[in-house]
Unconditional design. Structure first.
Length: 233
């Protein structure tokens, strides 16, 4: 529990009731909580906004307050976007962290993939090549994001998932999903196709080498599309 902080009554309540077997996802109304916790409704309303910002609860007019499954993403996203708004170049530091996380969990993630997962990756690669080979080139950004996240989706680690998901939201917020040239995109998807083939064949060591080589391409992309330190530019 969060101790010795009078402003954490609601968070303490969420923690203490998290393992309750009786409808633990349903949270009483602020009026009921106010009486139960002996805290004013106004203070609880402030604490509820914090809980919403961190993704602990969802609040809707008809259904009331509902506890959400834990996700690290909201907390990372709040802090990361704040940093990027101050200085867009902070994205580079987070990108470096993300690359290290992907590399560190590569073997575990690759080994966890099922045949259906690999078929899904192949479908993403096929969709990307169709877009790139279209007479009017389309940027396969959604395939790019989905492919990377899909490789790591079976890891039972919400902190890894939160960091990887936040990276792609930041990637989009700084505009790196926009066109960066056909040669760059072709090289990216050659790497992706090779990674999927190596996962399928069980050659995780070579797959790791290709992943790391591919991850270094972010430096080339940032050279092509440098980030301004001023978010307004």
């Amino acid at each position: 529990m969060v101790h010795n902080q009078s402003s954490y009554e609601l968070l303490n309540y969420l923690i203490s009731t998290s393992k309750s077997e009786v409808n633990s996802n349903h949270i009483p109304s602020l009026k009921e909580l106010s009486q139960q916790l002996e805290v004013s409704i106004a203070l609880l309303r402030e604490q509820l906004e914090v809980a919403k910002a961190f993704g602990f609860v969802d609040v809707r007019p008809r259904t009331g307050i509902k506890r959400l499954p834990y996700s690290f993403l909201p907390a990372v996203r709040q802090s990361l976007f704040y940093a990027i708004e101050i200085d867009r170049k902070k994205f580079q530091y987070f990108s470096d962290l993300r690359n290290h996380v992907e590399a560190a969990y590569w073997y575990e993630a690759a080994a966890s993939m099922t045949k259906e997962d690999i078929d899904e990756l192949r479908g993403l690669v096929e969709s990307a090549w169709k877009k790139l080979r279209n007479p009017q080139i389309q940027i396969p950004h959604q395939e790019h994001r989905s492919l990377h996240l899909s490789i790591y989706k079976r890891l039972d680690n919400p902190f890894v998932q939160g960091i990887l998901e936040a990276y792609w939201e930041a990637y989009e917020s700084v505009g790196l999903q926009d066109y960066a040239g056909f040669d760059y995109l072709e090289k990216v998807w050659n790497y992706h196709q090779r990674m999927v083939e190596l996962i399928s064949s069980g050659d995780f060591y070579e797959g790791y080498r290709v992943l790391v080589e591919h991850s270094n391409m972010i430096h080339h992309l940032l050279h092509l599309k440098p980030l301004s330190s001023d978010p307004a530019k």
